[in-house]
Each structure stands twice: as C-alpha cells, then as structure tokens.
Design a protein around this ligand. Structure first.
Ligand code: XMP
Length: 517
C-alpha cells in the first residue's frame, strides 16, 4: 500500500452532527482518516490498522437503553484513543468510571482550566483558561482507574482526562468546531505528539497515486465519463485524461436546464485539454418536450433522470464499447455514517448519473470517493483547472428545472437565467461567492401587482436564495448585507423582462431545503 495510506486515523461515528467535521480537521493536518459506524467489526478495525482512534460525540446518553457501544476490543488495540463528548463517556463507562446524569444539558461556550500540559495540551500554559464548545447532558463523577484529570471547568471538574499508560484520552468538549478556538491545536497534539502521525496526505501525493491506480485498473479498456461542468465531474475527467489519455471519452449532455452560456463555457475549457475526446449532445429540446406541462417536482426529477440516461446511453453506444463508467462521487456520499438514518440511507439518491451502471452494465470508476469537496478543489488546482471552475458553487443535477416552480417553458427559463446571472455577478462583486455555500435565483409560480411609470404591472416574482453550509446537510440563510440584496433586486427588476418583485429566502435547513423543489 502506498505510504500516504499507512498513516490512518479511524473515526468511529456515534452519531454526532460534527463527525464529518472531525474528519475534515484531521485531513486538514494532512493525515488521512476515515469515518466508520461505531459498531465496526473488530476484525475490520484491525485490518484497517489505524495509528489512532477517535470516538465521536453523539446525541445519546450512555444510560439510554439503546446507547451505541463500540466493540470493547477497540480499546485494546494498543493505539491511542481520543474520546470526544459521548466518546469520552463511552470510555469512562466501559473502563469502570462513573458518568452521572446531569439535570441540565451543558450547551454552548464554556471555560476550562488546564491542569496538565503534557501531550494533548502541549503548548498550553498550566492554569490558563481556554474557551471551548460544550454540548452534553451527562457529567463525569469519577474517572476510571489509571486516568488523570487534564482540565476542568466550573460545571464539570473533569473536562479532559488521560490514561498515560494506555494513551487513552477523553475531552468533554468539541475540539473540532470553530467555537473551540484552540481546538485544532488539541487535535494536532493528538495526531502528531500522541499518535506520531506524519503529515503525508497531500493532494500532490493523491494525484500521483490515483493516476497510477487508474492506469492499472483501466488497462486496455475504455472509459466514458459524464461531464456536467461542475467541480466533481470536471476533476474526475481531467484526472482520467492525465492517466489514460485517448482511452477516455467525455459526454456533456446539454439538457437545456443549464445556466446561461454554461455548455459553451465548459466545452471551451475542456477543448484546452489536448486530445480529450469530448462530445456535446444538445438535447435541450428533447428535455423541454418531455417536461412540457409537468409541474410536480418529483416527476420533473424522474423525467430528467430517465431522459439523461436515454441520451447518455445512446451517445455512449455511438462511441463504441466501453468497459468503465467514471463518476465524481465524493466521500460524504459514501460514508456509512450513523448520523443520518443508517448505512444505506446516506447514499444520495439524487446523484445525476446514479442509474447508469445498472442499465449499461459498466464497471464504476470513482476516483474521488475518498475526498471531501475542499480536497477535490485542491486536486483541481493541482491539475491546473481554471480557478473559476474549481471554485464553482454546487449546482443540482436537474439544473434550473428545480428552480423554476411550476411549468417549464423557454420564456420562463430565459427569465430565470437572466436573474441568475445578476445574482451571481452581484454576489461575486461583493466578494461573497466563495464564502457562501450557494447563491441563486428561483422563479416562483405566482404573479404579483406592481407599478412601472404610470402603468400597473402583473408579473413574476424572483426569490433569491443564499445559504451558508459546511456539507449541505444543514444550512442557514446568509446574512447578506442589505446593500447587496438591494443591488440584486434593483438590477433584476430593472433589467429582467417579466419580473416586478424580488424576495429574499430567510429559511434554514432543516426544516426547509436548499433548493425549492
Ligand atoms: P437540498 O435542496 O436537498 O440540497 O437541501 C442539498 C444540496 O444538494 C444539491 N442538490 C442536488 N445535487 N442532484 C445533485 O447533483 C440533485 O438532484 C440535487 N438536488 C439538490 C443542492 O444544490 C444542494 O447543494
């Protein structure tokens, strides 16, 4: 196995909303890690051979009847263990300490005082106060035998602990969240001082290794790849192009639901890759015909998914026999996390080419399935993809169809496209495009009364949606400055024919979703 994978940290997920964040923080230090369910089989854990184990937090109490428990053997591997919040309580409960039910949940900022600055708190001063983020219901009454207290707070005398002999650590707070300002330092201490990891997980080494693997896997076969112009499929295509050159064919299906000028722009960028076998299929009319009079969101999605397969398959057949299909699946799509309804439910059903392999009997190639979005962007930069493309915000597979509520017509597509360009331009001008998760326009299926000059108007409403998010599982509406919202509204109403009102969406996810359909 390649050296960059020798240094692995295992994160066992007890269901915390922050588990992915732990993984991202670890990877940011250039150490490779994977998230697995809390009950991962001990033999599998041994085969994984981690340099250290992190037990995540979770919503349960250790006293709950169905409290999640990891296999006890995970504490006997001889490698360091860091239990975070519920993970710490699991350690205490399993090793003979006492966790007591607290009357009130401790939630929010808290101050801890460092009592011991070895290992985990290396570089911190003894007796200094640190702000940390707490979110737990139970308190620790007695640490197990062999453990020492590292830090305490007013509400919980044991906020951090260690068993120096076995190198087992527990923290009651969340070092992975931004609300714990020195949290990264604590995690780094665990990874580098305690586990003795080396920072060898870099995107340069990832690219080198992946290209080599792709060459071996593909051999004499041929690969087809659906290009959408989004970051994931673009990086997938370019990685493959580097690896196997002319054995790759890329297909861009213009479903007529892309943003203004998008298909041409993507073709232009990829023509720059010498010798890439690139095919644009203009199927806009085909999709519009099939979507005529369809207003139900799920029906729209189904039709788009189905017709995409039809068009893609036809083109692939024309191109001749391929053995593999490349997809830009990312790590968050494959994590068997317990955070969201168990293993299988986490795999996103709305991946836009998800149905293809079954129909086409192709083997799947997913070179990005170990990466988070920000890592994919780094790979894109490494591969010299243009920055504008690499930093593109996510765009849904069914495209503008899920942002036009009600009927899809040429005229309504034109209205939305024009408004969408304005949102993008103004958000970019304000320096927000890369700070927010997504920013876009939605065309509503209602008309409202307005007045232009002396005339009464009765026209469309555009909703502007801008959200902040880490992984799209949860999101909050962005507090975009009023001036920016004002500029967007003025420009849309003044220059987009058929719109006389703009509203701002102030809903968070959950209970709303990011897209409107
Ligand atoms: P929701 O609307 O579920 O969206 O909060 C979460 C994220 O997923 C994107 N999205 C999609 N992406 N195909 C995709 O490839 C889809 O059908 C799809 N629907 C939503 C959405 O833009 C957001 O980033």
């Amino acid at each position: 196995m390649n050296s960059i994978y020798k240094q692995k940290i295992l994160i066992l997920d007890f269901g915390s909303q922050y588990t992915q964040l732990i993984a991202r923080r670890v990877r940011e230090t250039k150490v490779y890690c994977e998230i697995h369910p809390f009950n991962m089989d001990i033999e599998k854990i041994k085969a994984f051979s981690p340099k250290g184990v992190i037990l995540s937090g979770g919503p349960s109490s250790i006293y709950d009847e169905d409290a999640p428990m990891a296999e006890q053997g995970v504490l006997d591997l001889g490698v360091p263990v860091l239990g975070i919040c519920y993970g710490m309580q699991f350690l205490i409960h399993t090793l003979g300490g006492v966790v007591a039910r607290a009357v009130d949940r401790e939630y929010g900022n808290a101050t801890i005082i460092i009592e011991n600055n070895k290992d985990l708190f290396h570089g911190f001063g003894i007796g200094t106060e640190e702000t940390v983020w707490m979110s737990h219901g139970d308190r620790i009454d007695r640490v197990p035998e062999g453990f020492e207290v590292l830090a305490g707070s007013k509400n919980s005398p044991v906020s951090a602990m260690v068993d120096p002999a076995r190198r087992h650590f527990g923290v009651q707070f969340h070092p992975e969240v931004a609300h714990t300002p020195e949290g990264t330092k604590i995690l780094r201490n665990f990874l580098f001082r305690v586990c003795h990891c080396e920072p060898s997980w870099t995107m340069t080494s990832f690219v080198r290794r992946t290209i080599q693997n792709l060459r071996e896997t593909v051999g004499d076969g041929r690969v087809i790849c659906g290009l959408s112009g989004g970051v994931d499929s673009s990086v997938t295509a370019v990685l493959l192009h580097r690896a196997i050159g002319s054995k790759l064919s890329c297909i861009l299906v213009d479903n007529g639901l892309l943003r203004k000028g998008e298909a041409a722009e993507v073709m232009e960028i990829f023509r720059g890759y010498m010798g890439m076998d690139l095919h644009l299929v203009d199927a806009s009319q085909h999709f519009l015909d099939h979507l005529k009079d369809v207003t139900d969101p799920e029906k729209k999605r189904k039709i788009i998914g189905r017709e995409f397969i039809t068009i893609f398959e036809k083109k692939a057949e024309e191109l001749g026999k391929a053995k593999f299909l490349a997809q830009g699946t990312l790590y968050p799509d494959v994590i068997e996390s317990v955070s969201f309804k168990g293993p299988d439910a986490t795999i996103k059903s709305h991946h836009n080419v998800g149905g293809l392999p079954k129909v086409m009997k192709l083997e799947l190639i997913e070179p990005l399935r170990e990466l988070f979005k920000d890592e994919v962007r780094e790979v894109g930069i490494e591969l010299d993809l243009p920055k504008e493309l690499v930093m593109r915000q996510p765009f849904p597979g069914p495209g503008l169809a899920v942002r036009i509520l009600g009927e899809l017509t040429d005229e309504r597509l034109e209205i939305l496209r024009s408004a969408d360009v304005i949102v993008e331009e103004e958000i970019k001008k304000a320096g927000l495009y890369e700070k927010v998760w997504q920013s876009f326009a939605v065309l509503l299926p209602v008309k409202t009364v307005g007045v232009m000059g002396d005339e009464r108007t009765y026209e469309n409403v555009i909703a502007v949606r801008v959200v902040d998010s880490l992984d799209a599982m949860t999101a909050d509406w962005s507090r975009v400055p009023y001036e920016v919202l004002g500029a967007i509204s003025n420009r849309i109403i003044n220059s987009v024919n058929g719109v006389n009102r703009v509203v701002y969406d102030i809903s968070s996810k959950p209970p709303s979703t990011i897209e409107w359909e």
